[in-house]
Design a protein around this ligand. Structure first.
Ligand SMILES: [Zn+2]
Length: 305
């Protein structure tokens, strides 16, 4: 997710023009069935790959939220908006404001916050008060100098990040961290500021509500080139660093969490800079199949209804 992004008017226009899908997909606008990219459902629906996929070493989030419900294909445009994606089961906390349409949607609390495959998005949130217990400072450069929680990652993710950065550097594309861990309190502040600035509907397209940010897991980090140019901005997509990450992140256990064309599934616009650690077993599988974490985990129900 973007941290203090300065979207220039031109960039906004460009974004609005080019990625109309993104705008429809990231928000809570469910009226865009025909504009939602058609290849996302196709890839996502593949039952041979998805439904039978083993979930190595992880707690199935669906177990907590309705294990009797088979995963719904991510045909965001065709899903009956009146039908809840998950039964209003025991973990339902509160109805979520889904934005302009005002549809109530239950947000589930994940049962496995410490699992490196934990799914945190607009439908699944971290338990109240969750703080990762093994946060460390990875030994990598950041685009800022000060000591900050933003440098922290969980231990395993930090070690993997060091390897990733070393490999990028060896390929003459040194990277810098932009923002990693974010506490619940920080996310609260960030989100509130965005809402104040752009309004809730717009803010929801690029920022997570408290408890629903991957940065709170200690497993996600935004990265950029060492100059910090295009840090957490759309222009990062055109950089060599972005291309390198796209090709190599999975070798080190990271995925590009919000890929292009999957906005209707992830609930977020394309973020080539946002890396999520899941471990190499899962990251390589996800990269090979070209799916999102939602699809991989069989939680392909659109999160942006
Ligand atoms: Zn991010």
């Amino acid at each position: 997710m973007k941290l203090f992004v300065n979207l220039k008017p031109a960039a906004v226009l460009l974004l609005a023009g080019i990625v109309i899908i993104s705008a429809a997909g990231c928000g809570s606008d469910s009226k865009a069935p025909s504009t939602v990219d058609s290849d996302a459902p196709k890839t996502a629906v593949d039952p041979a790959k998805n439904s039978g996929a083993p979930q190595p070493g992880q707690t199935d989030p669906s177990a907590k939220v309705g294990s009797s419900t088979p995963s719904t294909p991510p045909t965001s445009g065709t899903v009956d908006p009146a039908k809840p994606s998950t039964p209003p089961s025991t973990t339902t906390q509160k109805p979520a404001d889904s934005g302009s349409k005002g549809q109530a949607k239950a947000i589930e609390v994940v049962a496995n916050p410490t699992d490196k495959a934990v799914l945190v998005n607009k439908a699944y949130k971290l338990p109240e008060g969750y703080v990762p217990q093994d946060l460390v400072d990875p030994n990598v450069p950041f685009i800022f100098k000060e000591k900050s929680e933003k440098r922290k990652l969980r231990k395993e993710a930090a070690a993997a990040l060091e390897k990733l950065f070393k490999a990028a550097s060896d390929d003459k594309l040194p990277l810098s961290g932009v923002s990693a861990y974010r506490s619940h309190e920080t996310q609260k502040t960030i989100y509130a500021n965005y809402v104040k600035k752009d309004g809730e509907e717009a803010a929801n397209k690029y920022s997570a509500k408290p408890g629903q940010s991957e940065h709170e897991t200690g497993l996600a980090i935004d990265v950029s080139g060492t100059t910090g140019k295009c840090a957490a901005s759309d222009c990062f997509a055109a950089t060599k660093e972005a291309k390198w990450l796209d090709e190599h992140a999975a070798e080190y256990g990271f995925i590009i969490r919000y890929p292009k064309g999957k906005e209707s599934i992830t609930g977020y616009q394309y973020e080539p800079w946002h890396l999520r650690y899941v471990g190499t077993e899962i990251s390589k599988d996800i990269a090979k199949r070209g799916v999102t974490l939602e699809e991989y985990l069989g939680q392909a129900t659109p999160v942006n209804k």
